[in-house]
Design a binder for this molecule. Structure first.
Ligand code: NAD
Length: 489
């Protein structure tokens, strides 16, 4: 008699943000759900949460919190009237704290899976066809097959490898290694001043590493509103980051326990000697061997899974979400929304995702957060806009906190006053942006924000004042002129 394979309503491959959120919603909708993931931590223990939790955004943010405390004690604490005579850092303890927090979050996810009766299968999975997945057990390497009515691919992404800087995991390292160093490198090089490079630079620079970022593009953070990226550039340089733009790395190799990096800029070739080199040059989808060749899953030339606007692949009943597709940027919360969307779609409910109101955050200090369109994009599209800007230096809470760097910029349509974009650089920008996202989700006007009462003293007062500034009515700035960029009226 042929062997009967276990059957599920939905099989999800990958338990990162997109996969685990999808699994939970599937289970809530009454589907018999399996979520397969092969992640193992340094100790060889299975972990949910994918790279975002284990080696990405959450891991990085956790370490940054430690770095910020160290930095504050070493620089700013005396002005609070607090004198710390002796202090030191213990990087292994910092890393252990980060690992413990990751473990705790991962086990909370495991509890959620158990509560929702989701089968968490610790194995390597491969799509065989539109309704079957082969799994390979991590220890025994034994193979078996699962049947699924629907299959959701959510295997995420991983760092791109650069042929000119081969990772040896000791001297030339990737962003995963960079969150597990056992000491602060004296001189640290980073290839790429994108989100990952900047977040890592912010950690190790705060802990005392001389940090040099080599970025091939001339434009710094080119996707951001240019006024904000200029501010960011200024703040990072003030903090001591050595940001070299238009600097393309062409080779890197280990010589006598150092890394010799060669980069080219408009002045020619330059050598640079560093103790460690982090390669943070982008991420690519984890689609290699995701599907057996006979499954005929359609990928593009860069390995992204081809999907339609409802995340359907070319195979009926197989979906792909999160970093695997080109729909939207690589963001954890975007993946989570897509996971929920597909689960609900399978249940017959169509709740479209509004990518226009997707917030983005760069977790440095100060943080950068934005939603909607930039001033440059709106002007290029010929929109008539008005802009309100409010600096955190005029916000009482920021003054009390001693975190006055940064600003809130609100862009609204000049005619109907609808908010089109909000761009923030400053402490807790990641929290402040939520109000802007909500306002835009409700199609609010700047007048709506201006008429909303904000508690005092809070940082959110700066959002309020920025909305008031659109009409030259900010309470905590001289009536005129408010910082008005060229041509905004
Ligand atoms: P990125 O593409 O944002 O930045 C990589 C940079 O490396 C680019 O600017 C590129 O010009 C540069 N580069 C590439 N090759 C180079 C070379 N030879 N020499 C010099 N510079 C070179 O990639 P990333 O920072 O790795 O991030 C990957 C993705 O993950 C992005 O989509 C990002 O938004 C996402 N992400 C988001 C967060 C967050 O939301 N906070 C955190 C981490 C990653």
């Amino acid at each position: 008699m042929p062997k009967k394979h276990p059957h599920y309503d939905v099989i999800i491959i990958g338990a990162g943000p997109a996969g685990y959120a999808s699994a939970i919603r599937c289970a809530q909708l009454g589907f018999k759900t399996a979520c397969i993931d092969s992640w193992r931590n340094k100790k060889g223990q299975s972990r949910l949460g994918g790279s975002h939790l284990n080696t990405g955004g959450i891991a990085s943010m956790t370490l940054l919190e430690s770095a910020k405390i160290y930095h504050q004690i070493s620089r700013d604490i005396a002005e609070h009237g607090i004198h710390v005579d002796a202090f030191s850092m213990d990087i292994p303890v910092m890393i252990q704290r980060k690992d413990k927090i990751i473990d705790d979050i991962s086990s909370k996810m495991a509890d959620l899976f158990e509560h929702h009766k989701i089968d968490h299968i610790q194995a390597k999975a491969q799509l065989l066809n539109a309704r079957q997945v082969e799994i390979t057990a991590l220890d025994t390497r034994t193979h078996s097959i699962l049947n699924g009515e629907y299959i959701i691919l959510a295997t995420g992404s991983s760092p791109v490898k650069l042929p000119c800087a081969r990772i040896d995991h000791e001297f030339i390292i990737d962003s995963v290694d960079a969150l597990n160093l056992d000491a602060v490198p004296k001189k640290l090089g980073i290839i790429g001043a994108g989100v990952v490079g900047l977040e890592l630079a912010n950690i190790w620079n705060r802990l005392g590493a001389e940090t040099i970022l080599l970025e091939a593009q001339e434009n710094f953070l080119s996707l951001l509103d240019q006024q904000i990226s200029l501010e960011a550039y200024r703040f990072y340089c003030q903090q001591g980051l050595d940001l070299r733009l238009g600097a393309r790395v062409v080779s890197a190799k280990k010589v006598n326990k150092k890394v010799i990096v060669n980069y080219q800029d408009q002045d020619g070739n330059h050598p640079l000697r560093v103790d460690k080199l982090i390669v943070a040059s982008g991420r690519k989808p984890n689609s290699e061997k995701l599907a057996a060749p006979e499954a005929d899953l359609l990928l593009d030339e860069n390995g992204y899974v081809h999907v339609d606007e409802n995340f359907r692949t070319n195979l009926p009943s197989v979906y792909a979400i999160g970093d695997l597709t080109l729909l939207g940027p690589m963001l954890a919360h975007k993946g989570m929304e897509e996971g929920v969307f597909v689960a609900e779609l399978i249940a017959g409910v169509h709740n479209p995702i509004n990518y226009n109101n997707l917030p983005s955050v760069i977790y440095t200090e100060p943080e950068i957060a934005w939603v909607g369109q930039t001033e440059q994009a709106l002007r290029a599209a010929g929109e008539t806009i008005k802009i309100g800007i409010f600096p955190l230096s005029a916000t009482v809470r920021a003054l009390a906190m001693g975190k006055t760097e940064g600003m809130i910029k609100i862009i609204a349509h000049a005619g109907n006053d609808k908010i089109l974009g909000v761009h923030i650089i400053g402490t807790q920008a990641s929290e402040l942006i939520a109000e802007a996202v909500l306002a835009m989700e409700f199609s609010a006007s700047s007048e709506d924000l201006a008429r909303t009462i904000h508690a005092r003293p809070t940082l959110s007062e700066a959002v309020h004042d920025a909305a008031l500034a659109l009409k030259q009515k900010a309470l905590h700035l001289p009536a005129k002129p408010i910082i008005v960029p060229h041509g905004s009226h």
